[in-house]
Design a protein. Structure first.
Length: 83
């Protein structure tokens, strides 16, 4: 293998594809949650979550936050590599 290729850092294109995928997934999850809440809020009985549903909702939001933070970190690293 070419030594120049071995010494090169991770392919920035792969990192950007990973970020793009994370952001699309985050957008999908956010849209799903928004739709679920809007559908439940439209019920005559109002909108309530059981304890298990609330923990599940909080867990999904926490995973969404982590995914967005990871994508942001990758973008920041890519920005520093470009300087």
């Amino acid at each position: 293998m070419n030594p120049l290729i071995k010494a090169s850092p991770a392919n920035p294109t792969n990192s950007l594809v990973e970020v793009r995928d994370m952001l699309w997934e985050a957008a999908y999850v956010a849209e799903f949650l928004r739709g679920s809440i809007c559908n439940a809020a439209g019920l005559d009985s109002g909108f309530e979550l059981s304890t298990a549903e609330a923990y599940g909702f909080a867990n999904v939001l926490q995973n969404l936050i982590k995914s967005i933070e990871k994508a942001n970190t990758i973008l920041e690293e890519h920005e520093w590599e470009d300087k």
